[in-house]
Write a protein that binds this ligand. Structure first.
Ligand code: ZN
Length: 130
């Protein structure tokens, strides 16, 4: 059985992180469709599953690798945002968070200081109320 599976999968792309994410998303969307009884969501869940299956069985390995690379890059950008989010929630009583208008870096300033000029390490200064 395992040998047969190995032969079947030969030259095919197989699993990767993107497919895992697609499968998890499909399960979540399927759960939502069942709970909320929104049937187009059920179709969307099936579609996500179909895409994951298609990618796993695909023989166009090069293309699937490129998709996986794009996904990894996007995830690398999104993950720090969520890591920061939990920190922001914990510090929201004592600090405010602003994004530098020129470089986009997130800056933390103490609350309750009135209008202050915030200086970013990049050299830009901007005025905000704390
Ligand atoms: Zn800056």
């Amino acid at each position: 059985m395992r040998e047969r599976l190995a032969r079947f999968m030969y030259g095919r792309y197989g699993q990767d992180g993107l497919n895992m994410a697609l499968s998890v998303a499909a399960l979540l969307v399927y759960g939502l469709s069942a709970v909320l009884r929104i049937w187009p969501l059920y179709g969307a869940a099936l579609l996500l599953m179909a895409v994951a299956l298609f990618r796993a069985l695909s023989r166009n390995v090069e293309r699937r690798r490129r998709e996986a690379a794009v996904y990894a890059r996007l995830r690398g950008r999104v993950r720090p945002f969520f890591a920061n989010l939990s920190q922001r929630v914990r510090q929201r009583r004592t600090h405010r968070f602003y994004r530098c208008p020129s470089c986009g870096k997130q800056l933390r300033v103490p609350r309750g200081k009135g209008k202050i000029s915030i200086k970013c390490p990049c050299g830009t200064a901007f005025v905000r109320k704390t």
